[in-house]
Design a protein around this ligand. Structure first.
Ligand SMILES: *Cc1c(COP(=O)(O)O)cnc(C)c1O
Length: 390
């Protein structure tokens, strides 16, 4: 056996239970509230709504389901257009296709890596000229960093287009003191296994529009009309969260604040240890925002660092350390071939640059300092080795 094969694997972001979850789950078992729905679901919704400061929340089976419901509530349908951040996970845009609508992708800007207000403005002007304004704009807060919400909301207000805030990665972050995910008409969170808190799988739709969320719960439970017999007048989904998983979520929500602090501390340690390396540039934090630093991300300028992002990821993989590239922009995905795309500058696509140079480092809140030192040492020695041979 080689030395590397016995090194403990360090994951990008793995589930981190607090121990508080088990009491809630045990209660679900004791009362036989295994399914459907139940008191933990109601409580989890209320507790999360209070945490982020919105009027209502609806617990669902995934963040993707929450985005789909938001599009349905905004009456997005065939041939409608929906603007969406390009630098994101495919789940941000898949629900646009579920509704047979057409995504239009918007580039990032360098200060947040998120939706460029300039590109958004250009896309709106183009759409207005063509008489085809979008039905909605999906804004993503990448790796915990809020997008430039003031600028984006001002543009969307001017064109009277509602915003869906994809805060799947930014639960616990704030923008000017207000919780990320609460700026648009709808916000969504994800409790997938790799997110800052997890229910093993799940999501939440939030809004200040209580009536809309009541409709969301109706659509998410097969759109069953109020009748004793099973009667249905419109298409529904089976999207609700189970009471057992909501119990896990309640336990996780109790430690969310701690999880944010832990991830921020991880970012800080990486930053202090590695920022001196020429060509290493850590993801910025926009003034007046506080990121949950879900994943520590940086870009690597190969000319200065002597190593590319791809080479670093490979070198870490050999040490059994999981690092990943930044999301591949959706306008470059084969799935979305032929869809429109608006870049930050005519001749400059920020998301493509970030994709070419970006790396996400292991950032799980359950990573020990020792684990993190192993990542840091591996990066330093890889960079030194490259410098020595070049
Ligand atoms: C994880 C994620 C989603 C999807 O959430 P699921 O709960 O996995 O469906 C959507 N958008 C972004 C940006 C994500 O990171």
């Amino acid at each position: 056996m080689t030395e590397t094969s016995i090194k403990k694997r360090i994951y990008l972001s793995s589930p981190h239970m607090s121990g508080k979850e088990q009491a809630y789950v045990a209660n679900a078992f004791d009362t036989n509230w295994i399914a459907p729905l139940g008191p933990h679901v109601d409580a989890f919704e209320n507790e999360l709504a209070a945490y982020v400061g919105v009027n209502a929340a609806a617990a669902v089976s995934s963040g993707t389901a929450a985005i789909h419901l938001a599009l349905r509530l905004l009456d997005v349908h065939e041939r409608d257009r929906v603007f969406c951040s390009t630098l994101t996970f495919v789940a941000s845009a898949n629900p646009i296709l579920y509704q047979n609508a057409e995504p239009v992708f918007i580039d990032s800007e360098p200060e947040t890596w998120n939706m460029s207000p300039q590109a958004l403005q250009g896309a709106m002007e183009d759409a207005e000229r063509k008489g085809a304004l979008p039905k909605a704009v999906i804004v993503v807060n990448l790796y915990g960093q809020s997008a430039k919400m003031d600028e984006i909301l001002a543009i969307c207000d001017r064109y009277d287009v509602p915003v869906i805030e994809d805060a799947a990665e930014s639960l616990g972050s704030t923008y000017k003191g207000q919780a990320s995910g609460t700026f648009g008409k709808f916000g969504i969170y994800s409790f997938n296994g790799n997110k800052i808190i997890t229910t093993s799988g799940g999501g939440m739709l939030v809004s200040n529009d209580v009536a809309a969320l009541k409709k969301a719960r109706f659509l998410a439970t097969q759109a069953r009309d109020p009748a004793v017999h099973y009667q249905h007048s419109e298409i529904g989904f089976n999207y609700r969260m189970s009471n057992v998983l909501a119990g896990i979520g309640r336990g996780q929500l109790e430690v969310l604040t701690e999880r944010v602090e832990a991830r921020r501390a991880i970012f800080e340690r990486y930053y202090q240890a590695l920022n001196y390396i020429p060509g290493f540039n850590f993801m910025p934090e926009l003034k007046h925002t506080r990121s949950n630093r879900w994943l520590t991300a940086l870009t690597i300028d190969e000319k200065q660092a002597g190593i590319s992002a791809e080479q670093l990821i490979e070198a870490l993989a050999e040490e059994n350390i999981e690092a990943r590239p930044v999301w591949k922009p959706l306008h470059l995905q084969p799935l979305f071939e032929g869809m429109s795309y608006f870049s930050h500058e005519e001749s400059e696509s920020i998301s493509e640059q970030l994709f070419a140079k970006g790396v996400c480092l292991p950032s799980g809140s359950n990573m020990t300092e020792e684990d993190q030192m192993r990542v840091i040492d591996s990066i330093k020695s890889t960079v030194q080795l490259r410098a020595a041979v070049s």
